[in-house]
Write a protein of this length. Structure first.
Length: 148
């Protein structure tokens, strides 16, 4: 199990390597990136902020909880803080298991729990010069317009 906050670019391959093991027949990876629009409005960048001691502890708690709920999984998650441009990765989650079903389910649950519980907030900067805070609890797993 691995969980970390980062102030620089995230290394997707490095996070995936943390869950590699001989018994894992499946790995599931989620990479959340800053997209170019939110609710039809052009986005130029996003600031991710968090209360780091609490965010790090809760991120670790989420990874441990998911690993416990899905026996024999390895879970690794990293979230970036700071200012990110369009296309940059804000979160990387990797989960491995002997079979694809638990790996995929655990990966999906990790991002949902992270968004609900980890105190990381995002502020979107739009092309028209306006800035808005985003409520991370307002997104849903299917068809959400909120960025990761």
């Amino acid at each position: 199990m691995h969980a970390a906050l980062r102030h620089g670019p995230l290394d997707v391959a490095g996070v995936l390597a943390r869950v590699a093991r001989d018994g894992a027949g499946a790995s599931s990876v989620f990479v959340g990136t800053v997209r170019e629009q939110h609710l039809g409005r052009p986005v130029v960048r996003i600031d991710y902020e968090g209360y780091e001691p609490m965010a790090a502890a809760e991120l670790t708690g989420v990874a441990r909880e998911v690993a416990a709920r899905y026996p024999e999984t390895c879970v690794a998650v990293e979230h970036r803080l700071g200012t990110l441009g369009v296309g940059e990765a804000s979160v990387v989650i990797a989960v491995s298991h002997a079979h694809r079903g638990p790996a995929i389910a655990a990966c999906a649950e990790t991002i949902e729990l992270l968004k609900r519980r980890v105190p990381i907030w995002k502020r979107e900067h739009f092309a028209d010069g306006t800035v808005d805070w985003v409520d991370p609890t307002a997104s849903s797993a299917v068809g959400a317009e909120s960025a990761a």
